[in-house]
Ligand binder design. Structure first.
Ligand code: SAM
Length: 257
């Protein structure tokens, strides 16, 4: 392959969902792209704001939808850079949070193509925050732990156990389909009254949020749309969510009869 002298790649974080939660720098770089390669969780409204003459190509890999492997994605980035020049690789949230950004950078740089980075606001923080759930709170939680429940081979991560044994705020990504098993595991180490929230499509107009306790969350399982992206937050900080109080009142009323 011949190196196009303008070939370069900008890896840009698109933010957690809402179109206006991208950084100013990220938006400026998008408007100067020769081509944009975007992920499944990138806001369609954000893409509509970008000049119509800039090609926008979906190269996502969300379960259930048409998917590319990571190897195909790496190759596409390089192919487009040689053909078009400046590729903006637009990824949901921050590219370095469960984003495999390092693999894309390594592959692209191996062709001598320079890569620049623009961080994004990660859903891990912005989604709970947009619901008024603090990650840390004086006297309640002095840390938060962002994790995924399962490892590459699908087995449960030991991190889930370590975090459950501590008092950290647990923020679990890519865990919606495993909600039942996660609750069964965490409840072994934390009290059944521990507050839990599931927030889906966070920061968008289709945001959905369920607030409960480890003991009661399973009654909502039927209502959960498993295909939507969601974040599970477990810890006493979730009690700050206005709906948690309602949930508690209902529980006390029902237990009285
Ligand atoms: C592959 S990870 C990428 C995370 C991304 N790099 C970030 O920093 O937000 C995708 C997971 O992020 C979470 N996620 C991303 N956007 C979300 C949103 N708007 N609402 C709820 N969860 C979201 C979900 O757990 C989803 O399965």
């Amino acid at each position: 392959m011949k190196l196009n002298k303008n070939a370069k790649v900008s890896l840009v974080g698109a933010g957690p969902g809402a179109e206006d939660l991208i950084t100013v720098r990220g938006l400026r770089i998008l408007q100067n792209a020769d081509v944009i390669l975007y992920d499944a969780l990138v806001s369609k409204e954000l893409l509509l704001q970008i000049r119509t003459d800039i090609p926008k190509v979906y190269i996502g890999k969300r379960c259930g939808l048409h998917s590319h492997t990571q190897e195909e994605i790496n190759e596409l980035i390089v192919t487009y850079a040689f053909e078009f020049g400046h590729v903006v690789r637009l990824k949901g949230g921050d590219p370095f949070v469960f984003g495999r950004a390092n693999e894309e950078i390594e592959y692209v740089e191996s062709f001598g193509i320079p890569v620049s980075l623009v961080p994004g606001i990660s859903s891990a923080i912005a989604v709970p925050s947009s619901q008024g759930i603090p990650m840390t709170k004086r006297g309640v939680s002095s840390s938060f732990w962002v994790m995924t429940a399962t490892k590459r081979d699908g087995s449960f991560s030991q991190d889930l156990v370590y975090a459950s044994k501590s008092s950290t705020t647990m923020v679990i990504l890519m865990g919606v389909r495993k909600l039942n098993q996660i609750v069964d595991e965490v409840i072994k180490y934390r009290g059944k009254m521990t507050p839990i929230a599931l927030i889906q499509n966070g920061t968008t107009e289709n945001e959905r949020c369920i607030v409960a306790t480890l003991e009661t969350i399973k009654k909502y399982i039927e209502a959960i749309r498993m295909e939507l992206p969601g974040i599970i937050v477990i810890g006493d900080v979730v009690a700050d969510h206005p709906s948690f109080f309602e949930e508690e009142v209902q529980r006390v009323l029902h237990s009285a009869y």
